[in-house]
Design a protein around this ligand. Structure first.
Ligand SMILES: NC(=O)c1ccc[n+]([C@@H]2O[C@H](COP(=O)([O-])OP(=O)(O)OC[C@H]3O[C@@H](n4cnc5c(N)ncnc54)[C@H](O)[C@@H]3O)[C@@H](O)[C@H]2O)c1
Length: 365
């Protein structure tokens, strides 16, 4: 029996994860396999209940599971808490504790959604990008990280810190994925200004000798941000440090028409190599979207595609993963739209989208 820790979190996190539970139910029906679901509290809701965004009982649940499905955390209600108690600490601590150093964020553009993107249709032809974001180091974790309340004026510091081993393992993963899929690799940094980026670029150049068949280029992050929307076709695999990857993927979601469309897998192994006893976490790239929470209009597709990634990476069930992805594509091609991916004024609810995908999985399975 496989145990899945399900952590809905705050805002639309709980709404979209409900639709993933429908998908799990459909997968059980078509595969005959059972997945035991254990729900836990995380984020602002967990703080309200236990005074901790990652209570010990949730961590225990994670330690005993095979994989984690995560909704999203955060919201204005908790914005003024001490940094250690903020909901976002819930997810940051899980990533660190499970050493989930690689965050894979595929950017796929469904044909029938090209018209919903603000970009010109022809710019989106043949675009398929995998963004690999370093997830357990850099600006989000470096010390010192604090605010100084000096008598003359306030100041604050965050630290961008990377060890060679941290850079090497994420770049190796990116080279290996690019090599096995015969894809071009773009390493994004800010080597004209930042020391961490200069080390990053040096290590990338050293590693590239071991992967002569991978075409690897470097790009400064400000240029990459511009190129992503003016010439996205040039990218296959992008690898970058934590903060740059976070920002670039939100930007890349515009290509696929909405932030609600993009999934992610946070892993600590190289895909295709042994993942024995490695726990991974799957979450959409969006946050808790307080502006639409409770309205029943959130797009659950990023969450559902994250569930498809879970079957591929945690359970090696590539066929199941494909059935889920194909079901999403079929439902989209049939014209069903949540509010964020249509301008027509006619849209379905979160739950209607989940039901349609559920029914489609049963049909395809
Ligand atoms: N991993 C996480 O849990 C995570 C990630 C990012 C942000 N956050 C937190 O989420 C909170 C809100 O942050 P934000 O507003 O900057 O980012 P957000 O991603 O929550 O929302 C940005 C915009 O995209 C829209 N959107 C996001 N997901 C959508 C979906 N599935 N369907 C339709 N529309 C969607 C929202 O309505 C909003 O207009 C903050 O507290 C932030 O810290 C959490």
């Amino acid at each position: 029996m496989s145990y899945i820790a399900v952590l809905p979190g705050d805002g639309i996190g709980a709404e979209v994860i409900n639709e993933s539970l429908k998908v799990l139910n459909a997968v059980e029906q078509i595969s005959g396999k059972k997945y035991e679901i254990r729900k836990g509290d995380v984020g602002g809701g967990a703080y309200d209940k236990y005074g901790d965004p990652l209570p010990s009982q949730t961590m225990e649940l994670i330690e005993n599971c095979n994989s984690v499905l995560f909704g999203a955390v955060g919201g204005p209600k908790w914005d003024n808490l001490d940094p250690e108690l903020r909901p976002e600490m819930g997810i940051l601590k899980i990533r660190k504790k499970l050493d989930l150093y690689a965050n894979l964020r595929p950017v796929k553009i469904f044909d029938s959604l090209k018209e919903s993107s603000p970009l010109k249709y022809q710019l989106l032809e043949d675009v398929e990008i995998l963004i690999i974001r370093e997830l357990t180091s850099g600006l989000y974790f470096g010390e010192p990280k604090t605010t100084y309340n000096d008598s003359s004026e306030r100041s604050a510091v965050d630290t961008m810190f990377y060890k060679e081993s941290e850079i090497t393992r994420i770049l190796e993963l990116a080279f290996k994925i690019s090599q096995s899929n015969k894809l071009k690799l773009t390493s994004v940094d800010k080597a004209n200004v930042l020391e961490t980026s200069r080390l990053w670029r040096k290590i990338a150049d050293e590693l590239s000798v071991n992967y002569p068949d991978v075409q690897c280029n470097h790009m400064l992050v400000d240029n990459a941000a511009m190129q992503l929307i003016t010439n996205p076709k040039q990218f296959n695999v992008i690898v970058s440090e934590n903060t740059f990857g976070d920002i670039l993927t939100d930007e890349a979601s515009v290509l696929s028409s909405s932030l609600g469309m993009l999934p992610s897998a946070s892993i600590s192994f190289i895909p295709g190599e042994s993942n024995l006893n490695k726990k991974s976490l799957y979450e959409p790239i969006h946050g808790s979207a307080p502006d639409i929470a409770g309205l029943g209009i959130a797009n659950p597709i990023g969450m559902i595609l994250s569930t498809a990634m879970m079957f591929e990476y945690s359970y090696n069930e590539k066929e199941i993963s494909k059935i889920i992805t194909d079901s999403v594509e079929k439902v989209i091609n049939d014209g069903l739209r949540t509010k964020d991916i249509t301008d027509s004024g006619k849209f379905c609810s979160t739950s209607e989208m989940g039901d349609a995908i559920y029914n489609q999985i049963l049909l395809l399975g």
